[in-house]
Design a protein around this ligand. Structure first.
Ligand code: GRG
Length: 297
């Protein structure tokens, strides 16, 4: 990754932090403890989804100001999903982003409400007129895109299937379908949201960016499974098709580590190929692939 690209990403992260700070209720505002916990849940993380929104905006030559609301909305949904995913009824995790999960730092009931509050805030942020030049019809379309991606036909649906699949052997096709919903839908929505802010975008470019979003959404999840294996002492022999620690099927466990790596690479290649119609304009999204390909978490 070039230092110039890294600096641009840092600038977008700062931009996102400032926008989130504007949109999240002040932590002293009633009910203060809940608002403090909502801010806690939004701290840290790589901010990959908002970065995708802003980088797609670069490709489409958009003013980043029109993307602050969608970039924040998608991160608020992501933060809520992590808080709920960490709960004892789901993954039961104690640590997230290197510190106690929200239900550990506060309590379970508060963590449920934090997720609920963040989700509602995402749609409030998206539907509000921020004087950024977006028309009401564009904001409405963004609300639809995010609602579909986050809901039972997207992320929540994938999570439901994931929970039902514990201690059950999945085929690779079933696992892909699960992750296209659970992880992929929100990542794909990042591209769709940015496209919605570009009313003059042609169908070919819109479809190209959508295909890119679909491919990197799945590739990101496979890569995450690989990083889980590489970061743990588990061997494939021991896991025998499942990540026993969580009772979940994973790509490396189902396919083997090298076939899982090959599948992720294939999807990254397909994502790059999808961008062909955009020519040199697509550079920021090609750089994004390069950045996530070398990530180690
Ligand atoms: C509970 C409704 C509900 C949904 C949960 C996305 C999700 C669905 C749960 C998160 C669990 C998980 C590890 C999913 C795989 C996707 C993934 C790698 C999420 C973590 O995303 P990063 O790496 O996280 O972008 P940061 O912390 O950097 O924001």
């Amino acid at each position: 990754m070039s230092t110039e690209f890294a600096a641009r990403l840092d600038a977008y992260r700062e931009r996102l932090a400032a926008a989130l700070d504007r949109f999240l209720p002040p932590q002293e505002q009633y009910p203060a403890r809940l608002h403090q916990a909502m801010r806690y849940a939004c701290d840290g993380g790589k901010r990959l989804r908002p970065l995708l929104v802003y980088l797609c905006g670069e490709v489409l030559e958009l003013d980043p100001a029109v993307l602050d609301a969608p970039a924040c909305a998608v991160e608020l949904i992501h933060a809520y999903s992590l808080v709920h995913d960490d709960l004892p009824a789901m993954d039961n995790d104690d640590l997230r982003r290197g510190r106690p999960t929200t239900h550990k730092a506060y309590d379970e009931a508060t963590a449920i409400l934090v997720g609920d509050g963040l989700q509602a805030l995402a749609f409030a942020v998206l539907s509000q007129d921020h004087g950024d030049g977006l028309h009401a019809a564009q904001r409405l379309r963004m609300v639809q895109i995010l609602a579909e991606a986050a809901g039972s036909r997207g992320m929540v649906g994938g999570q439901a299937v994931d929970l039902q699949s514990h201690n059950r052997h999945l085929t690779v096709a079933e696992l892909e379908a699960l992750h296209i919903h659970k992880t992929g839908a929100l990542i794909r929505a990042c591209l769709r949201l940015a496209c919605t802010a570009a009313p003059l975008i042609g169908l070919a470019h819109h479809d190209a960016l959508d295909r890119y979003g679909k491919c990197i959404g799945l590739a990101f999840q496979i890569q995450d499974d690989i990083l889980d294996i590489e970061g743990s002492s588990a061997t494939l022999g021991k896991t025998a098709g499942k990540d026993k620690a969580h009772g979940k099927s994973t790509y490396p466990a189902l396919l083997g580590l090298s076939a899982a790596r090959a599948r992720a690479e294939e999807l990254f290649d397909q994502a790059r190929a999808a961008l062909t119609p955009l020519g040199a304009q697509a550079r920021p999204l090609l750089d994004f692939i390069e950045m996530i390909q070398v990530r180690n978490r």
